[in-house]
Design a protein around this ligand. Sequence first.
Ligand SMILES: Cc1cc2nc3c(=O)[nH]c(=O)nc-3n(C[C@H](O)[C@H](O)[C@H](O)COP(=O)(O)O)c2cc1C
Length: 187
Amino acid sequence: MVGRMLVLECVSIVNRSTITNPPSESPLSALTSSNGDNKDPLMLSRLIYASAVAKPLDPAGINLLLSQARLRNGLRGITGMLVFDSKYFLQAIEGSQGELSSLYSLLVNDPRHRDLMLLKFGRIESRLFPSWNMAFAPADAAHRAVFGRRMAGSRFDPYSLDGSAAESLLIDFTTVGADLSEALARD
Ligand SMILES: Cc1cc2nc3c(=O)[nH]c(=O)nc-3n(C[C@H](O)[C@H](O)[C@H](O)COP(=O)(O)O)c2cc1C
C-alpha cells in the first residue's frame, strides 16, 4: 500500500575492532588522498552509486538480495538505502571506509548488476540511514512523484543524477516508501 513505511531492518552495529584495512587494490583506493588523513579504516564514510540490472530480478530475487545484504551489513556496521526499478539500482551505503571499500569490491563483481557509476563518496559526520541495515524503496509508478522532482523524464534513471541530487533523492525516499512485496506485486 502506498504511503506505508519502508521495509525496515534494525541495525546491529558490531564491535569496530573487527574492521580491517581496505584492500590495496580496492576500487576506492584511487579516491582517497595521499596525505594520510583519511587512511583510518574506521573513518565513517558514505558511498552512493547507480547501476543497471543485468538480468530481470523478480520479487524473490530482490528479497534474497535484501535479506543477504541486511544480514551481512548488520555484522559490519553498514547502513543504507537501496532504490530499485526494473532497470536500475541506486544505493547508498555508509559505514567505516574499510568496510565500504570491501563491500564496493563485492558489488563491482556482482553479476546481478553492471555498469556501476560512483556518484558520491566521502567522509561523513553522521549517518543518513542510521536505522536501516538496508532500507528499500521501489521506484515504481506509485513513487513517480518522489523521483520525478529530480529527474527530467518520467522514468527512474539514476545515471542522470549528480552526487548531491542522488543523495537528496535517497533522503526523499525515506519519507515515503512502500511495503516491498506489495509494491513489487503491483508491477
Ligand atoms: C544492487 C545490489 C546491492 C547490494 N547491496 C549489498 C549490501 O548492501 N551489502 C552486502 O553485503 N551485499 C550487497 N549486495 C551483494 C554483494 O554484491 C555480494 O553478493 C554479497 O556481499 C555477498 O558476497 P559473498 O557472499 O561473495 O561474500 C548487493 C548486490 C546488489 C546486486
